[in-house]
Design a protein around this ligand. Structure first.
Ligand code: PFF
Length: 441
C-alpha cells in the first residue's frame, strides 16, 4: 500500500514550494553575496540566471516529480530506465544533509536573537553594540550550539508530527505579513541619511565588477534560493495531483523569490551606506544592519521581534523541505517510519552541524579552500553539488526521459513548452557546465 502524502490542493503545493524556496537564501544570503561580489553587477547576474536558468530548471523539477510520483532515489530509474541515474537522487540527499547542517547555524542565530529580544524587551537595540553583540552570539559556543540545536529540533518536530499542512496554512498569512514588514523597513531604510549611495551600489550594475567569481556565485545563489539541484522541488512535486498547474506555480515562485531578494537588498544596502557598515562584511550583514534600522523606527523593538519571528518562519519552511527530502528517501515514502527517521536524521544533522556552528568562534582559525568550515560546506553545496544535480538532471530529462510524458505534465501544450524542452536538452546543460568549469580555472 502506498502511504505517500498528498497535497490537499495546488495552493498547498505552491505555498509549500514557495516556502521551501523563500528562506535564508533570499533574505540573509542574497544581500551579503551581493555585498561581496559586486553589488549591482551581482544583482544583474542573479536576475539573469534566475529567469533564464532557474525558471526552466524549476519547471523541469516540477514536471519530473509530477510524472515520477516516487522518492528521488528511485524516481530517476523509473523515468529513464537506468539505475545509474538514481545517483542524482543520492547527490541531492547528500546536498540537503550538508545544507541543513550549516543552514541550521543561521536559523539558530535567529532563535538566539528572538530569545535575547524577549529577555531584554526594553532597550534591546543599541546600534553602537550591533556588531559586538552579533559577534558575541556567533562566537560563543553555547549560544551558537543552543540556537542550532533548537532550530533542528523544531524542524524535526514539525516533520515528524507531519503537521506540514498546518505550516502551509500559516504561511498563507505569515508570508504576506513578511512582505508588508519588508516594505516598512525599506521605506525607513531609504529615508535614512546617505541612503542614496547604498541604493546606487545595489542597483547600478558596474560591468567592471563582473568577474568569474561573481558569475559562479550568482549562479550558485540562484540555485540555492530556488532550492534547485537537490531534488527537493522534485520531491514536493511528487506529492502533487494531476490537475495542478506547474507552469503557473514555477512562474509565481520565481517572481516571489526575486521580489523577496530585491526587497532584502533594498532594506539592507541604503542602511549600510547610512550607518557606514561595510557591504562586503559577509554572513553578519543582515544581523548587524537590521537592529540599527529598527532603532530608527517608532516601536522598533516590537517590529524587530515581529520581523525575527517571520524570518524564523521563512527559514523553517525551507528547513522542513530539507529534512523532508531525506526522510522521503530513507522511509521510501512509508509514513509509518517518519517519526523514527526524523529523530535519527536530525541527530546526525546536529552532529554534522557542530563544526559549522563553531566555525564562527573557536574553529574560526581553521581555513582552507573557500574559507572557514562553514564557507566550505556552503561552497560544496551551492557551487558543486547543486549545479551537478541540476546539470545531470537536465541530461537525464532531456535525453533519457519520455519527452511527451514530460511535456504532458504541463496543462497546455504551447510553443513555449517546446522551446523550454529544447533549452533543457541542449542549452542549459551547456551553460551550467561552462559556469561549473569556470570555477576551477
Ligand atoms: N531555498 C532555500 C533558501 O533559500 O533558504 C534553501 C534550500 C531549501 C535549498 C531546500 C535547497 C533545498 F532543497
Amino acid at each position: 500500500m502506498d502511504h505517500k502524502s498528498q497535497w490537499m490542493s495546488s495552493t498547498g503545493f505552491i505555498l509549500a514550494s514557495a516556502g521551501s524556496a523563500i528562506g535564508l537564501g533570499a533574505i540573509w544570503k542574497f544581500p551579503y553575496m551581493a555585498g561581496q561580489y559586486g553589488g549591482g553587477a551581482f544583482l544583474l547576474l542573479f536576475l539573469l540566471f534566475t529567469i533564464l536558468i532557474g525558471l526552466p530548471l524549476l519547471m523541469m523539477e516540477f514536471s519530473i516529480g509530477k510524472l515520477g510520483q516516487t522518492y528521488t532515489t528511485a524516481l530517476y530509474d523509473k523515468l529513464t530506465g537506468y539505475k545509474l541515474f538514481n545517483l542524482i537522487g543520492w547527490n541531492g540527499n547528500l546536498a540537503v544533509f550538508i545544507l541543513f547542517a550549516f543552514y541550521s547555524v543561521i536559523g539558530g542565530w535567529i532563535i538566539i536573537y528572538i530569545g535575547r529580544t524577549l529577555l531584554a524587551f526594553v532597550n534591546i537595540i543599541q546600534p553602537q553594540n550591533a556588531a559586538a553583540s552579533f559577534n558575541w552570539i556567533i562566537s560563543t559556543p553555547w549560544t551558537a550550539l543552543l540556537g542550532q540545536f533548537l532550530f533542528i529540533a523544531i524542524t524535526a518536530l514539525i516533520v515528524s508530527m507531519g503537521v506540514e499542512k498546518g505550516i502551509e496554512r500559516a504561511s498563507k498569512w505569515m508570508m504576506p505579513l513578511l512582505f508588508l514588514l519588508f516594505i516598512v523597513i525599506i521605506i525607513r531604510s531609504l529615508t535614512l541619511e546617505g541612503a542614496a549611495e547604498g541604493v546606487r551600489y545595489f542597483l547600478t550594475p558596474r560591468f567592471e565588477d563582473i568577474t568569474f567569481e561573481s558569475i559562479v556565485f550568482a549562479l550558485g545563489q540562484s540555485f540555492f534560493a530556488l532550492s534547485l539541484g537537490t531534488t527537493g522541488m522534485i520531491t514536493y512535486a511528487t506529492y502533487l495531483n494531476k490537475e495542478a498547474n506547474i507552469g503557473t506555480a514555477s512562474f509565481s515562485i520565481v517572481i516571489m523569490n526575486l521580489l523577496v531578494s530585491i526587497m532584502a537588498g533594498l532594506a539592507i544596502f541604503p542602511a549600510t551606506a547610512s550607518f557606514h557598515v561595510k557591504p562586503e562584511q559577509g554572513p553578519g550583514l543582515l544581523f548587524i544592519v537590521l537592529p540599527q534600522i529598527f532603532n530608527h523606527l517608532a516601536f522598533g523593538n516590537v517590529f524587530y521581534l515581529l520581523f525575527l519571528i517571520l524570518f524564523l518562519f521563512a527559514a523553517l519552511t525551507s528547513s522542513i523541505s530539507l529534512l523532508e527530502l531525506n526522510i522521503s528517501n530513507v522511509t521510501k515514502n512509508d509514513n509509518s517510519q517518519r517519526r523514527r527517521w526524523s529523530l535519527l536524521l536530525s541527530g546526525f544533522i546536529i552532529i554534522a552541524g557542530i563544526p559549522a556552528a563553531l566555525s564562527f568562534g573557536v574553529l574560526n582559525d581553521i581555513r582552507f579552500g573557500a574559507g572557514t568550515i562553514f564557507d566550505n560546506m556552503d561552497y560544496l553545496v551551492s557551487n558543486i553539488l547543486m549545479p551537478l544535480g541540476a546539470l545531470t538532471t537536465t541530461i537525464a530529462c532531456g535525453h533519457f526521459m519520455d519527452k511527451d510524458a514530460i511535456i504532458s505534465q504541463f496543462n497546455s501544450k504551447t510553443k513555449t513548452i517546446s522551446v523550454w524542452f529544447i533549452a533543457i536538452k541542449y542549452i542549459l546543460p551547456a551553460v551550467i557546465l561552462l559556469v561549473f568549469i569556470m570555477q576551477f580555472i
